[in-house]
Ligand binder design. Structure first.
Ligand code: PRT
Ligand code: ZN
Length: 288
């Protein structure tokens, strides 16, 4: 094994992906010293080097081998069509790419876009969508402030990133066709060395543990012994709950893990079954 092997990771220097990308790296236990304005940094406790770039450049740099892996939105990845592979979905920076039209215009279906001028920063994804729907329209590529294009007479519609929808609303537009759903993903170069693959697998293992911990909570409760079986079925946990006797006869303490998604529903059922003193605490890491 080549001990000098390391992974070069490209992350967004400053923008909507940066904070969550850095937080994930930190929760994976990887630290680095980043001088203000520096474009490169070395991890102090993992064979990893950081390149801090504009998000648009990340797929290309990973494809060209300047970086081995990178964190980028699926929207940018699909638009750049670079030769890279998605190694893992990261679940943050969720958004969608949608077509929007002036809000006082009626909109029935996609055929209405025939012959229209659509402003976008995502010409390839849009062209793909229009082609697969048999619609011919004029795509106007612009690099920013797409939402103002209809207001200044530059276009009849836009195709832009939407998150809460408030930017469209403020600009007198309404979302009519979501065409692409996106979240941040970890990408990799298809050809990385055996040593680098081992490092990537180490990183992926840590990322999965961080994600599992975020999605789960540790739960402790007191229950009458007669309810142990039914409560066990409500909080089965990773294998099965731990059960400890309480000093009070006829009662036990049960400990388990509960998923964030069914959290409130399960809590209500537990209360209905007579569980008391329910404590829910965050999990720091969960080895899955
Ligand atoms: O400088 P650099 O090129 O690195 O960054 P950037 O300005 O190109 O990108 P940035 O930081 O704005 O976004 C990075 C990535 O975050 C995008 O590629 C998406 O994958 C993701 N993302 C998530 C978003 C949004 N949410 C988002 N709301 N990207 C952009 N927006 C913008 C959108 O363009 C529109 O102007 O926010 C506005 C819409 O937001 P709402 O909430 O008003 O609907
Ligand atoms: Zn960008």
């Amino acid at each position: 094994m080549n001990n000098s092997a390391k992974l070069r990771i490209a992350i967004q220097k400053s923008g909507r992906l940066s904070e969550d990308s850095l937080q994930l790296i930190k929760e994976c236990g990887i630290s680095f010293k980043n001088g203000i304005g520096a474009l490169k940094a070395e991890a102090t406790n993992f064979p990893m080097e950081f390149l801090l770039l504009r998000d648009d450049d990340i797929p290309g740099y990973v494809a060209d081998g300047v970086a081995d892996i990178g964190i980028v939105g699926e929207n940018v990845l699909a638009e750049k069509q670079s030769h890279v592979v998605i190694a893992h979905k990261l679940g943050f920076s969720k958004c969608r790419l949608s077509i929007a039209v002036p809000k006082n215009e009626s909109y029935e279906d996609v055929r209405q876009l025939e012959g229209k001028r659509i402003a976008t920063s995502y010409p390839k994804i849009l062209a793909n969508f229009l082609q697969s729907n048999g619609v011919r329209a004029d795509i106007h590529e612009i690099s920013g402030s797409v939402e103002i294009a209809p207001g200044i007479g530059l276009a009849d519609a836009v195709c832009d990133i939407v998150s809460s929808g408030s930017t469209l609303f403020i600009n007198g537009l309404k979302e009519v066709e979501p065409i692409f759903y996106s979240e941040a993903v970890l990408i990799r170069r298809p050809e990385i060395s055996e040593e680098q693959t081992a490092l990537l697998n180490q990183l992926l293992f840590r990322i999965r543990s961080v994600q599992a911990a975020r999605n789960n909570k540790y739960i402790l409760l007191n229950a009458p012994e007669s309810k142990v079986e039914v409560i066990k079925s409500l909080i089965p946990g990773m294998k099965s709950p731990s059960i400890l006797p309480l000093a009070e006869p006829g009662w036990v303490s049960m400990h388990s893990v509960i998923n964030e998604n069914d959290f409130w529903e399960v809590i209500e059922k537990l209360q209905a079954e007579g569980a008391q003193g329910i404590l829910v605490v965050p999990i720091e890491k969960m080895i899955v």
